[in-house]
Design a protein around this ligand. Structure first.
Ligand code: GDD
Ligand code: GTP
Length: 423
């Protein structure tokens, strides 16, 4: 029997995802029509013998209750949310809930960072892990030399054994990086117990919790992976399929495109089609069944590659949308254009208006380049060019232009804006 643990963190951070994370926990933000971590759950359900998924985080239980219930009934496996009383780090929560993870004696369990997206190679990891009799297997990929510093980096010995592991090194170590997806054997809890007891002892001696952290805080990367490197039981499986972090709103558009492309490959019926949706569709598009696309669009055509349209959204004739996520109950009025943007729930875009952002894809000229997860502002205090985000229930008047801007919820915009945060 196998299990999976999805780490989703808590509401305190994720600032680069604002204002989108103000109304909905970041792990539930819809990408290609599904909450971000539903893609993880779906990948887990395809692994033979996996019948339980535990989501661990510091969000209040109520924020996830409905999602957990829906997932259990959709996939028919046990799915539970375990709430940390305080942020315990990437391994502290797992150690705290170790009895729940170990119950039923799973052979192995996956550990998945909730803020990554990928064509998850879970079955391959099971085969690799059992053939090596590993304690822990890390999904790894290549990055550029410069970008590798933002990730966990590792050096391999023969046959995938990890000789060195450094989390976010300050100088170059290796271009092979940690993808935040692991397969662990339950004996890993012994290593966590050793770290936990060492931390407790250290806290006792110092009589303070350093950094104001809970003494039960354990970082999977620094405390466990670094310790296991070189022991002969830590392995990495390099994978060259699509993988990315989802840290910024811009990376959600990138993830959207790749998940839609995966639908095309594996579940084409999930994508909208010209016949099914009575409008002209070009490229990969997800349209929620309850969204209404104006019938005249059949004639005029809606041209929208890499677009997800949420429930209850209304799209009027002549609209053009590309590289965008439109959340639920939005109203996109006639002849408006939306490019490289995210439109929040209940937001209205006026007729003949233009909403446009700057794409922030990985550099296509550099092999293995990843998304640059830039902060909102550059060192000169200016807004970094990014996708345009319209928060919840924003209203943009007709015939206006909104470029590279971030609009907080409930704003009424009656003029043009460029490179601004509208508070
Ligand atoms: N439950 C819980 N509790 N989850 C947490 C906590 C916590 O206290 N802290 C972080 N997480 C979750 C986050 O939500 C995220 O899904 C994951 O654990 C990783 O957290 P970060 O601390 O944000 O790490 P990172 O994304 O910068 O780096 C990690 O992922 C990279 C790949 O995306 C590291 O594992 C890197 O080595 C790795 O390269
Ligand atoms: P900032 O770095 O604050 O701009 O946002 P971010 O999205 O880049 O945060 P980060 O990469 O550090 O973390 C990603 C996710 O992990 C966020 O959604 C957080 O909810 C979560 N997270 C990170 N650290 C912690 C932590 O110590 N405790 C909890 N509960 N969650 C965390």
């Amino acid at each position: 029997m196998l299990k999976a643990v999805i780490l989703i963190g808590g509401p305190l951070k994720g600032t680069r995802f604002r204002p989108l994370s103000l109304d909905i926990p970041k792990p539930l933000f819809p990408v290609a029509g599904l909450p971000m971590i539903q893609h993880h759950i779906e990948a887990c359900t395809k692994v033979s013998g996996l019948n339980e998924v535990l989501i661990i985080g510091a969000y209040p239980k109520n924020d996830l209750a409905q999602f957990v219930q829906e997932m259990s009934s959709t996939y028919g496996i046990v799915i539970r949310y375990l709430q940390e009383f305080t942020p315990l780090g990437t391994a502290g929560g797992m150690y705290h809930f170790r009895d729940q993870i170990r119950s039923g004696s799973p052979t192995y369990f996956f550990v998945m960072n909730g803020d990554v997206c990928a064509d998850f190679p879970l079955q391959e990891m099971v085969e690799f892990h059992s053939s090596k009799q590993a304690l822990l297997t890390i999904m790894a990929t290549e990055a550029t030399r410069q970008q590798s510093l933002n990730y966990g980096c590792m050096v391999l010995r023969k046959e995938g054994e990890v000789a060195h592991y450094v989390e976010k090194p300050s100088t170059f170590v290796s271009t092979l990086i940690n993808c935040g997806i692991y397969l662990a054997s339950p004996e890993i809890f012994q290593t966590m117990a050793d770290v936990f007891h060492a931390n407790q002892q250290q806290d006792h001696i110092m009589q303070l919790c350093y950094n104001g952290r809970d003494p039960a805080h354990i970082a999977f990367e620094q405390d466990i992976l670094t310790r296991l490197a070189g022991s002969g039981r830590l392995f990495a499986l390099p994978v060259f399929r699509w993988w990315s972090q989802v840290k910024t709103a811009g990376s959600a558009i990138y993830a959207n495109r790749h998940y839609l492309a995966l639908y095309k490959q594996k579940q084409p019926d999930r994508l909208a089609s010209t016949n099914k949706n009575y409008c002209h569709i070009i490229g990969d598009v997800y349209i929620h069944p309850s969204a209404s696309v104006h019938p005249t669009s059949v004639v005029r055509g809606i041209n929208c590659p890499n677009v997800s349209i949420g429930p209850g959204t209304m799209i009027e004739p002549g609209v053009r949308i590309r590289e965008a996520i439109v959340l639920g109950k939005a109203h996109i009025q006639a002849h408006s254009l939306i490019l490289h943007s995210i439109v929040g729930t209940g937001t209205s875009v006026g007729e003949w208006s233009r909403v446009e952002g700057t794409p922030c894809d990985p550099n296509p000229n550099k092999p293995f380049a990843k998304m640059e997860n830039l902060p909102l502002f550059n060192i000169n205090g200016k807004l970094n060019p990014s996708i345009t985000i319209l928060g919840t229930s924003v209203s943009l008047a007709a015939e206006k232009i909104l470029l590279n801007s971030i609009v907080l919820p409930h704003k009424e915009l009656t003029r043009n804006y460029k490179n601004e945060i509208i508070l």
